[in-house]
Each structure stands twice: as structure tokens, then as C-alpha cells.
Write a protein of this length. Structure first.
Length: 231
């Protein structure tokens, strides 16, 4: 079932990834997942590992690192998001981080995963089907979206500053731009977003390497590019 752990005692044992994920969450000071949610995350992990063996969804191949760097960080992000978010766009979703974990942890949020690369979009559709979530996968370029969102997230996207500019234009009035980045890159991310955002202090993320969550709120009076359909 699971074949990606390099250091776990029995990587093929059902439930191994779920147990290890909860251990890593606890080590990071995060609440553990209940059994049903942990099983759903294990299903996501399993399909990711299978697809990653034949295409480059993540450069990581070790299951422990995939769980700690991608899953734990994305779960922490989901828990740190402001309340009262109705719609969320994960721009350049790639392997689904952080958008799919957000959808799993915050089922009240309507999540759209935007991924323009066809093979990655196909993976996202399979992952969504596997975990049984009502998540939209948008396979075009985000610039083509004709609606705005309460929240736009970005993490490890190619040409990140350009992507931040695009994402900023899709945040509705009073909405949030959420960027998973590092302390060293944070100032450039804020600058790329342009005017109209009030930025909160960066929130530390698990995993070290000065990883932070940047949260910028769009002024209610600022006109965004989207039409507001996501609102």
C-alpha cells in the first residue's frame, strides 16, 4: 500500500502513514487528526506516492519528508486561515498543496485548485476523487478565471512573484491573499502583491527553514480584477 518510507518499521502496514502524520503533527505542536480524517489523508498520501513514481509532482521521494514538508505545513496553513472564508483558490496547485488539505480540514470552504499543466491537473482530479471531496479542479491558466475569491493561496509556484501578482488580482474585496514562503522572501512577496493589502505579521510554519505564512487582507474599497462571482 505504502512504499515511500525509508525509515519506518513497516511501510506497507495499513495506517502507517496516518499514524506517522499524527506523530509529526504532535511534534510540530499541532493537534492530531481524528481517525477518519487521518485515514483520508493517508488515501491522499497513497495516491500521491503512486503518481509521483511516474511523474514529477514533488522532488521529494521519501515518505517521511513528504509528510513533514507538505502535509504538516499544509494542515498548519489550513488551521491558521481566518474564519468566514466562503471560497478559496489554490493557484498553481501542483500536487494539491495547500489547497486539498485546506478542503479536507475546512469543508465549509468551496475550494478551487488551479493547475495549468495537464498531467498535474489529471492527478488533482484523481486525488479529489480518491478523498471524496467536492473540490473543483480548474485546468486553465488562472488569468482566465472570471471571478474573485475570498482567499487565494500560493505555495512554491513557478515564477512566484508573477504568480503573486496574478493571485492578488483574484482576491475579492475584504478577502485574503495567503502566501507560504520564507522570511527572506517575504518582503518581495508583499511588494509583488501590489497596493490595497494590509499585511499581518508572518505566522511561523512547522518544518524550520524560516517558513512563514503571509496573510494580506484586501481593502474593502479596493477594486480587484475578478467579477465577484466567488464572493
Amino acid at each position: 500500500m505504502i512504499s515511500a518510507f525509508n525509515s519506518e518499521p513497516d511501510p506497507t502496514e495499513p495506517g502507517a502513514a496516518a499514524r506517522r502524520l499524527n506523530e509529526l503533527l504532535a511534534e510540530a505542536g499541532q493537534a492530531e487528526l481524528d481517525s477518519a480524517m487521518a485515514a483520508r489523508f493517508e488515501a491522499y498520501f497513497d495516491v500521491l506516492v503512486r503518481w509521483n513514481s511516474r511523474m514529477n509532482l514533488t522532488a521529494l521521494r521519501d515518505g517521511q519528508k513528504i509528510l513533514s514538508r507538505h502535509f504538516v505545513e499544509s494542515i498548519a496553513c489550513a488551521r491558521a486561515l481566518p474564519g468566514k472564508i466562503g471560497s478559496l483558490l489554490d493557484l498553481g496547485s501542483g500536487a494539491g498543496f495547500p489547497g486539498l488539505p485546506i478542503a479536507m480540514c475546512r469543508p465549509e470552504v468551496r475550494v478551487t485548485l488551479a493547475e495549468s499543466q495537464g498531467k498535474k491537473a489529471a492527478f488533482l482530479r484523481e486525488a479529489v476523487r480518491t478523498v471524496g471531496m467536492g473540490v473543483e479542479v480548474y485546468g486553465g491558466r488562472a488569468e482566465g478565471l472570471q471571478r474573485s475569491f475570498d482567499c487565494v493561496t500560493l505555495r512554491a509556484v513557478d515564477r512566484m512573484e508573477e504568480a503573486v501578482r496574478v493571485g492578488a488580482g483574484l482576491v475579492g474585496r475584504g478577502g485574503w491573499l495567503v502566501i507560504l514562503t520564507t522570511e527572506a522572501e517575504s518582503e518581495g512577496m508583499r511588494a509583488a502583491a501590489g497596493p490595497g493589502f494590509a499585511w499581518e505579521a508572518g505566522v511561523g510554519l512547522p518544518g524550520g527553514e524560516s517558513r512563514i505564512l503571509l496573510l494580506g487582507r484586501r481593502s474593502p474599497s479596493f477594486e480587484s480584477r475578478g467579477t465577484g462571482e466567488g464572493k
